[in-house]
Design a protein around this ligand. Sequence first.
Ligand code: SF4
Length: 284
Amino acid sequence: MKVSLASAMGTCFGVQDAINLAMSPEFNNELTIVGQLVHNPQVSDSLKKNGVSLVPGIEDIDKIKTKKVMITAHGAAEKTKQQLHDAGFIVYDASCPLVMRVHQTIKSLVTKGYFPVVIGQKDHVEVKGIVGDLDDYLVINSEEDLPKIENSGNRKLGIVTQTTQQRDKVEVLVEKIRALDYVDEVSFVNTICQPTHDRQVAVHELADQVDLMIVIGGYNSSNTKKLVHVCGEKGIEAHHIESFDQLDKNWFTNKQHVGITAGTSTPENVINEVHTKILEIAEE
Ligand code: SF4
């Protein structure tokens, strides 16, 4: 059985920079992360072991016990940061620059008179941050959401995407929006981030070669789930795991070529453990 790794996978620079900041010795048990820094259980555990406290979101502001707080790589609305400042916290901002680019892009579209539309998941922390400072907006995630555009009464739309969206899905949706009779003008800026794009291209290429794909990442990681989705679209058997001990030897029976990929919040050591275990299975 041949085993291949995707040419791009695992932790992106935005997530790694945020983890490095949170692990900095200067905080010395005096930091609370507001929101999940990354959607990965191993990273969250090692942060807790290093004395970093976590609260799920700004709604839990009353539970924060440290003076220093950190905004995650997913970003946050300016008013969320202001709320923390006003409450007396020292705010460290680990927002990924590519998420901040989405914030700036949508604000610029609004300034130019476009009604803001985000293609993404409305309950995802990144999307909440993108729309958090806007007075009015729409979040669209599928064709079923298109009637919301007509209902909003807006004909001049400025569209951006959550950074971890799938390019093909976004392109199809934007074309359908452009084709709507009641839409006069669309300004679309593709804000899928480059690391996500690279991982999607890599999983497409690898999925064309393998008959089984192992996808590693947190079960609540949006971009990891999309990697699994790509395999499903190509008819490739795929298993989403968080760590090597979830591998089931039965998956590998009669398989010729196994691919391994991982979401942008999956640490290198977790990928290496899975790779090593699969190589052991291949030799049995
Ligand atoms: S997935 Fe993209 S936008 Fe999100 S943290 Fe990584 S590089 Fe930044």
